[in-house]
Design a protein around this ligand. Structure first.
Ligand code: SF4
Length: 219
């Protein structure tokens, strides 16, 4: 991601204030769980809660089915998200992951954007893991397809994001991180442990192989 794009995105992410009432509501909603609730369960519930609340927003983003201009941008994900994506990997997908991870290795965000590395989970212009797509893909709510198209492969661009949706997503994800931290008695992570999507999914596959776990049933 270019400095300009990153600054614009960060500006949206930082400028939108966290709605404390919404944060409390999300925490209360997510805190209702069973003893077997996993991190992946809570993340899925956080995503679902965002989708549910976002329906009420009057202004809709330009993002729609089959639009994939942003699927060459660098995507950073957590271990939990990587485990979820690893469930969808067959041998052909693994080869694409290996190719992309090799191409992306050592690139900064700007170079990665210009390299046009199409996400290994994109099939015929559609996300093959849509229900399990990571948070980074979910908060990207563009207000104009033309800006995304213009920005394709360009490290310097300015894509206006839907600040209200981004703020809502940020708030719900903050609540999710707080509930996960409380549930597992650990400090809130807030995404600091993220890494590049392809490398992270390959790491998750190796982790699962080392543990002798089947791919289905990510925890
Ligand atoms: S996970 Fe899906 S939405 Fe995200 S970059 Fe890959 S194909 Fe696109």
């Amino acid at each position: 991601m270019s400095d300009a794009l990153r600054d614009r995105t960060l500006q949206v992410l930082v400028d939108v204030p966290v709605d404390k009432a919404l944060l409390q509501y999300a925490c209360n909603t997510l805190a209702v769980m069973s003893p077997t609730t996993t991190r992946a369960d809570l993340l899925r519930r956080g995503w679902a809660l965002f989708d549910q609340i976002a329906v009420t927003l009057a202004v809709r983003p330009a993002c729609g089915e089959g639009c994939h201009w942003c699927c060459t941008l660098p995507v950073n994900i957590t271990d939990v998200e990587a485990d979820m994506l690893a469930r969808h990997v067959d041998p052909a997908r693994r080869r694409r992951l290996l190719d992309n991870a090799a191409r992306a290795e050592g690139l900064d965000d700007a170079a990665h954007t210009e390299a046009l590395i199409t996400c290994a989970f994109l099939d015929d212009g559609r996300c093959s893991v849509y229900d399990d797509r990571p948070s980074a893909c979910r908060y990207w709510h563009s207000l104009t397809v033309r800006a995304c198209e213009f920005g394709y492969g360009r490290a310097v661009t300015n894509i206006p994001l839907h600040a209200e949706r981004v703020g809502l997503f940020k708030t719900v994800m903050m609540a999710t991180a707080m509930v996960v931290a409380k549930r597992f008695n650990e400090p809130p992570r807030m995404g600091r442990e993220k890494g590049e999507l392809h490398a992270m999914v390959l790491r998750a596959l190796r982790r699962q192989t080392n543990r002798g776990q089947p791919r289905r049933g990510a925890r």
